[in-house]
Design a protein around this ligand. Structure first.
Ligand SMILES: [Zn+2]
Length: 312
């Protein structure tokens, strides 16, 4: 019985090892952009190899990290906004591996920096790239990740202190939850809602999605290197008892190195729909959360040169 299980798993592992990875995570540390009411991170060297460096001793390296749960690229469980909602330790590990859909709204954001992604935007994405599958992780690519780690550029406040950045609308999230049955969402901005809404003192989109018992990841990085469909999202996090959020980590995809793909080169319809394989990996670094996207090197092969690199 063991062999019957091991053989296909070994095959899957081989295929996963043939994949590249996209890092969807900003490295975190003191001074990164964060919600203005949150304190900055403090990091202490408790043990160090050299004498007199660590506050607690010598012989090895150990840090004490002090940061808010919603720090850098991070996961928000329902309990972050919904009293009594599921906490990090209550999210099942089966949620950590999901089909990934990336909705690119950079053109809309170029035209209106306050753009709230609508149900129509999502339906337009589906017409172009195919239906959003049940159980998916839907990530919003607004282009805002390029502003990291400039906190002022990310907040983009006007003279009156009103922040201007894009976000989700409630109706779009309702569509994803009620019509598509997604498991989670994410975005490259600091908030679920557009900046003008947050500046007004409310967060209806974040209240809705977490209140709907879904979880989200904020401040995603590298979405410009992930195709609209055909990839997987692996999102993992530590298991703090009754935890309300924690930093995240990500990896790389199969897209060959090169300049980020921009809106000026439209994606061919269905180009990524027939990926022969896709996979995941975990990178345990610093005891923090990890999220990984991986696709086979061949799945974006649009030229003969790229196809020759394909191993499957
Ligand atoms: Zn958050």
């Amino acid at each position: 019985m063991a062999d019957k299980i091991a053989a296909p798993l070994a095959d899957i592992l081989d295929r996963l090892r043939g994949c590249d990875w996209v890092d969807l995570t900003h490295a975190f540390g003191p001074g990164i952009p964060h919600y203005s009411a949150f304190p900055d991170e403090e990091r202490e060297v408790v043990f160090h190899f050299d004498e007199g460096v660590g506050s607690g001793g010598t012989g090895f390296l150990a840090h004490r990290y002090s940061h808010i749960g919603q720090w850098g690229t991070h996961v928000d469980p329902p309990a972050h906004f919904a009293r009594g909602g599921r906490t990090l330790d209550e999210l099942p590990v089966t949620d950590m591996l999901l089909p990934l859909v990336v909705v690119d709204v950079r053109e809309l954001v170029d035209a209106d920096v306050d753009h709230a992604v609508s149900r129509h935007d999502l339906q337009a994405h589906e017409q172009r790239h195919g239906g959003i599958p049940a159980g998916a992780f839907v990530a919003l690519q607004t282009g805002w990740g390029a502003r990291w780690p400039d906190g002022e550029a990310m907040a983009n406040r006007d003279a009156d202190g009103i922040a201007h950045y894009p976000g989700w609308s409630v109706e779009a999230l309702q569509f994803l939850v009620e019509q598509r049955g997604v498991t989670a969402v994410g975005h490259d901005t600091t908030d679920t809602d557009p900046g003008v809404v947050v500046s007004g003192g409310s967060a209806p989109a974040e209240t809705y999605i977490l209140g709907a018992d879904k979880w989200q990841i904020e401040l995603l990085a590298g979405l410009d290197r992930v195709p609209p469909t055909g990839a997987l999202m692996l999102a993992t996090w530590p298991k703090p008892r009754e935890g309300s959020g924690f930093p995240a980590r990500a990896s790389r995809s199969c897209r060959p190195p090169g300049p980020p793909r921009r809106r000026s080169s439209p994606v061919a319809p269905d180009r990524n729909k027939r990926s022969p394989c896709a996979g995941v990996a975990v990178d345990h670094a610093g005891g923090q959360q990890h999220q990984v996207v991986v696709r086979p090197r061949c799945c974006d092969a649009v030229t003969r040169a790229r196809r020759r690199r394909c191993r499957s």
